[in-house]
Design a protein. Sequence first.
Length: 235
Amino acid sequence: MLRVKNLTTGYDGVPVVFDVSLEINEAEFVAIVGSNGAGKTTILRTISGLLKPISGEIEFEGKQIHKLTAHEIVRLGIAHVPEGRHVFGKMSVRDNLLMGAYTLNDRAKVNRLLNEVFEIFPRLKERENQKAETLSGGEQQMLAIGRALMAEPKLVLVDEMSLGLMPMMVDKVLETLKQINKEKGVTILLVEQKVQEALEMADRGYVLQTGRIVAHGTGKELLESDLVKKAYLGM
Ligand code: ATP
């Protein structure tokens, strides 16, 4: 579904991600894990068109997308849940969700999607009319994911959802992502520095160190690998 080929990308022509290749199949749950500053966010921003590659290619459903605008990429079915959530604080939960459906003009469909999101996140339904800024961190993360789902995406890019969340909340949000993946068939690419939690949940993973992929495999294989054990699990 998504194929990243020999991607080098960064800021103002200075690369921070080097020669990265990865593939995600339809309906898979894939994690890119690595420490702070490894370049995970930079890869997601490049896939969603916010940054242009220095070299390399990105293909989505057989079509090259790395020269398209971020807006065009959203329309192809790729939604991005950014690090730090970026909910609209002064707007209600409901209006935040409706913002996610801005590419759709079929009202009945928007209502159906809204109900689906409320089914996945009953907490958001209970707080439908509350201002987003008054939600807890975990609830804001749910809102950011809910907003992405309102665009009816085929692929959701989730950036560092664990940031600032209590461990219990991290598990809950990860489990919900897994549920969205398995029950709705939405493909998920997650980037995370919580290496263990992410690899336990993902079908497959890639380990990124200082802008380079140093290992890949199933979540289980990676968790059992010496590299991951030593570098991230303190074993
Ligand atoms: P984190 O978990 O901290 O978000 P990350 O793996 O997502 O880490 P990136 O945010 O992709 O890492 O950052 C990779 C490198 O790119 C870092 O060295 C960072 O300082 C640099 N970088 C990030 N944003 C910019 C920017 N806007 N301009 C210049 N350099 C940047």
